[in-house]
Design a protein around this ligand. Sequence first.
Ligand code: NAP
Length: 285
Amino acid sequence: MRVAVTGAVGQLGSELVPRLGPRAISLGHDRIEITDDASVVSVLDDVRPTHIINCAAYNLVDRAEDEPEVAYRVNACGPRNLARWCAANQATLLHVSTDYVFGLETNSHVPWRETDRPGPVSAYGISKLAGEYFVRTNCPRHLIVRTCGLYGHNAARGKGNFIETMLRLGRERSELRIVDDQRCTPTSVTDLADTLVSLIESEAWGVYHATNSGDCSWFQLAAEIFRLSNISIGLIPSTAAEYGAKARRPDYSVLDCSKLTGVVGSPLPAWQDAVARYLHERESQ
Ligand SMILES: NC(=O)c1ccc[n+]([C@@H]2O[C@H](COP(=O)([O-])OP(=O)(O)OC[C@H]3O[C@@H](n4cnc5c(N)ncnc54)[C@H](OP(=O)(O)O)[C@@H]3O)[C@@H](O)[C@H]2O)c1
């Protein structure tokens, strides 16, 4: 097994590469441009992977509202290029997608299953759903793994994530308003990376949901971060409307991961456990 990881220096990719050990072919943005078919073909023809895990993505959810064509190029045309190379070379493509393919249906508060009809509500979500369809249409040997609210230590050193943002605001402010009317499952890239490796080793294919277990609002996640970090701050529940982000997000995008559990044997750990481990590892770095 030779596994090319695109987006290899991002949050998730940088956790996957060490787990794969000598099987990994690390493809950062400096080595491959997934929107450019010529780059995809020449790099992959050179390294000849049997599997690709695509972690490369345009993840700026709010900015995507202003430049949807950029998001579409990276999140839809990029995976299409990878899928076509895989199909022509009998390789398997594991493509990482998002809970933001849901959101249009606002009455449902039951965890989403892989068979539920998606309905994105943002340019980012639409571009990711288009990427899923390109992968499904072009590459018979595919895995599409939808996940949610990723955080990892690599982003802590670079772009940041929700936990790092909360820790910074906890130092700067005495009071904070956090959205309490959107529910999902924040997910640790270390837990997700373990699962993705198990999944490609299992030779399963199709669409899977993969998040830590349980669910919470952003307000509840912030409260847990501050509790575990012994930061005392006035935390006030707020609404998405009050926060006024440029992109609309799902009110409820909890994913049912039981199909994945059936393949890898056990569910991912509870989100509270994953957050506690992240904070502990951060302290000891
Ligand atoms: N972050 C989340 O909360 C979240 C939630 C649900 C699903 N996901 C999905 O999970 C996957 C991994 O996310 P992540 O948080 O690890 O992302 P990330 O940290 O932003 O990493 C993405 C990587 O992709 C690279 N990249 C961007 N455009 C590229 C291109 N055109 N060609 C090649 N490489 C390119 C980036 O390099 P540069 O920075 O150098 O451009 C970056 O290293 C993505 O598919 C994402 O949509 C993420």
